[in-house]
Design a protein around this ligand. Structure first.
Ligand code: ADP
Ligand code: MG
Length: 356
């Protein structure tokens, strides 16, 4: 300690002897007696357009740690946006209908496996193979005109999670992950889980640091809250009124501590045609935007789930998938799906703008 003191001050240790030594010892004692519970804490923040939304990261903690943690969080987001798995998805789609297996990375295999679990539990209301349908409705939204019934039927004929097969195998001492799409023209859409996946990636990175608190907000539809905010309180997230006058019209404010939140609403991406709203959450059974009386669904999950250990480390992806699945299923069937996840908190808002 005295060596450190002398070194910091740049004073050779022998010059410390004499009259000043008592003063220095007293200063050291004083420092030692200061309460240790209040280390310096600072908050840093950065916003950037990622995956088509304004992503905002905030990190609170020791000054030496926060900047690196913020940077690592942004790096993770950039990596998900660069879409390391995109090439594998395209190869899988190119082989659709041929019966051939495509080797895919472990990360994509995990993503598709979890998606298939929610597809089964939701009886296909959530379907990661809905790609031809969602693309059809993306084009319709751009044109401002709904597609013909024939076009919807055609797109729907390439959709069905039961036709996505996954397998793991050992080959030549290497563990391989493979997938195949059994119908020609099938397409994968990860839009309903990729932001949740990005939050899981950020969380894995942030968990390693001893942060006082951190918030990752991906355009308000997927939010991760770790620890507490600068006031020592839970992070706070507004639940938007999907029928409000403006995007700042909030119905509720929810606390978020060591939790992840995802929201799906018919007010995010839609167009009006002949007085009817056509939004981006598609019911794969009908091929049309889900029409179950819901305008938005928010699902909040704890980061450390008591429910099912298989989901640990994937709660972002789970909440993202559940908010979409519950929206498409509607209030009754959606609640039944949520029964399997007792730690999930769901806020459903009807098309009349009222909380159910
Ligand atoms: P946000 O894009 O605001 O995060 P969601 O998480 O609900 O909202 O994802 C919506 C996206 O999911 C759509 O844009 C589309 O790409 C895809 N999608 C739409 N309907 C379904 C569905 N039934 N199952 C799986 N993915 C869907
Ligand atoms: Mg979602």
């Amino acid at each position: 300690m005295s060596f450190k003191f002398a070194a910091v001050r740049g004073i050779p240790a022998r010059r410390l002897f004499g009259g000043s030594v008592l003063f220095i010892l007293a200063a050291l004692l004083l420092t030692a007696c200061l309460p240790e519970s209040e280390p310096p804490v600072t908050t840093v923040e950065e916003s950037r357009i990622v995956m088509g939304t304004l992503a905002r990261l905030q990190v609170r903690g020791a000054p030496r740690e926060v900047q690196a943690a913020l940077q690592e969080g942004m790096d993770r987001l950039a990596r998900v946006e660069a879409d390391a798995d995109g090439e594998a998805v395209r190869a899988l789609e190119a082989a659709a209908g041929t019966g051939a297996w495509t080797e895919i990375p472990a990360s994509l295999y995990r993503m598709l496996t979890f998606a298939q679990d929610i597809a089964r539990r939701s009886d296909g209301a959530f379907d990661v193979t809905a790609g031809t349908l969602t693309a059809l409705w993306d084009d319709a939204r751009a044109a401002g005109v709904p597609p013909s019934d024939a076009a919807v039927r055609e797109a729907r004929s390439h959709v069905g999670y039961a036709h996505l097969e996954l397998r793991e195998r050992e080959a030549g001492g290497v563990h391989r992950y493979e997938a195949r799409l059994m119908l020609p023209g099938m397409r994968i859409d990860r839009g309903a889980l990729i932001k949740g996946y990005a939050l899981d990636e950020i969380r894995a990175q942030w968990q390693e640091g001893a942060l006082g608190g951190a918030l990752a907000d991906l355009g308000a539809s997927s939010i991760l809250g770790i620890g507490r905010n600068a006031e020592g309180e839970p992070w706070k997230v507004g639940i938007r009124n999907p029928r409000g006058e403006s995007s700042t019209d909030m119905l509720l404010v929810m606390p978020l501590t060591d939790e992840v939140l995802s929201a799906s609403g018919d007010d995010e991406r839609y167009f009006m045609y002949e007085g009817k709203r056509y939004h981006h959450l598609i019911d794969p059974h009908t091929g049309y935007p889900a029409d179950t009386g819901l305008a938005s669904v928010t699902v909040i999950l704890p980061l450390d789930p008591p429910d099912d250990p298989a989901w640990a480390a994937h709660m972002g992806m789970l909440s993202d998938m559940l908010s979409t699945a519950v929206f498409v299923l509607g209030p009754e069937k959606g609640s039944q799906l949520l029964d399997a996840f007792p730690s999930a908190l769901a806020i459903m808002i009807g098309t009349d703008g009222k909380v159910l």
